[in-house]
Ligand binder design. Structure first.
Ligand SMILES: O=P(O)(O)OC[C@H]1O[C@H](O[C@H]2O[C@H](CO)[C@@H](O)[C@H](O)[C@H]2O)[C@H](O)[C@@H](O)[C@@H]1O
Length: 319
């Protein structure tokens, strides 16, 4: 397997994103965009420490609220300046783009690598197809981006994989020819409109076995969080169907401890839920063993049944 981290930057369409290409002979091999690309000799890279960005924030076990708040700070770009390198944002950006060269400059390598393979596109929504904005309900994608995604989906099976509720993502994207995996991959639906699949193949519709059992609990927690956090200015609670997000992008940093305490006080009664963190957002989700990675595996396996190419080799792109 070979891996290349590249940056797709297409000013005309507004497409500008980091992608990881995994060239593999097996549809069961995956890589993540977070994997580090090989170092280029003579180049000094800046590593932004994510040590304090906790994967899973402990809810019980007497977890200290300070650990939560440290993690919330680590997810904030304004804190990059506190990295030991003291480099400017431009330096960090330059270093990053050196590490992740433009995909357009590597177009030949990519097309060579894709020969005889079925490309599959996996796209994130927030911050990839739409700009990051303060109000999550207003994270609209541009018409140019929609036209680009429509074009991509004409040639390759294309899935949007998001932490958001599937219906919400669909309402933003409005392309019936795509796969949608919402709620961090816990809610998957196939295209409802023409595809390159075999005739008669059913649209995929999948939710992990036990996920639906969590729906009443998630609704309850959503209501409790709405009530509990209403005194914290700027806090936004979002119901993502199988998960709940508590946004702190617009909360004054001096109120983060207060917000963390409010969230913790609700979650202590729900040992079957866990807490993770995204960009200025606390994410509450079921403790089931399912995530975006599993959703990608599921989709590739499902696609394997639909395509008639012989031999069938997938080339998945993650944007
Ligand atoms: O895992 P993802 O698909 O990337 O979902 C993570 C969160 O994405 C959305 O929040 C992010 O975008 C918002 C709109 O630009 C922004 O306000 C917020 O600060 C970002 O974290 C989504 O609204 C959340 O529910 C997801 O948890």
């Amino acid at each position: 397997m070979t891996k290349q981290n590249v940056l797709v930057s297409d000013t005309k369409s507004g497409l500008s994103m980091a992608i990881t290409v995994a060239v593999t002979n097996s549809s069961s091999l995956f890589t993540t965009a977070a994997q580090k690309p090989p170092a280029v000799p003579g180049t000094t890279y800046i590593t932004i420490s994510k040590k304090k960005l906790l994967e899973n924030l402990e809810i019980n076990s007497g977890a200290k609220i300070n650990a939560w708040v440290d993690s919330m700070r680590a997810s904030s770009p304004t804190h990059l300046k506190s990295t030991p390198s003291l480099l400017s944002v431009d330096d960090v950006h330059d270093s990053w783009t050196q590490q992740h060269p433009s995909a357009l400059e590597m177009f030949e390598q990519i097309t060579n690598a894709s020969k005889g393979k079925q490309i599959v596109m996996f796209l994130d929504y927030d911050g990839t197809l739409s700009p990051i904005v303060e109000d999550p309900d207003r994270a609209f994608m541009s018409d140019a981006m929609r036209a680009t995604v429509r074009k991509v989906a004409r040639y390759f099976p294309t899935a949007i994989v998001s932490g958001r509720c599937r219906d919400k993502v669909y309402s933003f994207v409005q392309l019936a020819e795509l796969y949608y995996a919402g709620s961090h991959g816990m809610d998957i639906k196939g295209p409802s409109k023409g595809s390159q699949r075999k005739k008669g193949a059913e649209a995929v519709l999948f939710q992990p076995d036990t996920a639906s059992e969590f729906l009443p609990m998630i609704d309850e927690v959503y209501e409790a969080l709405l009530e509990k956090t209403k005194s914290t200015d700027g806090a936004i609670v979002e119901n993502n169907k199988f998960c709940v997000s508590v946004h702190f992008r617009c909360v004054d940093e001096r109120k983060w401890v207060e917000l963390a305490q409010q969230v913790k006080s609700v979650l202590k009664d729900y040992p079957k839920l866990r807490l993770t963190q995204g960009r200025k957002v606390l994410e509450i989700r079921p403790t089931i063993k399912w995530d975006k990675g599993k959703a990608l595996e599921f989709l590739l396996e499902s696609l394997g049944e639909f395509y008639v190419l012989e031999p069938l080799i997938f080339l998945p792109f993650f944007l």
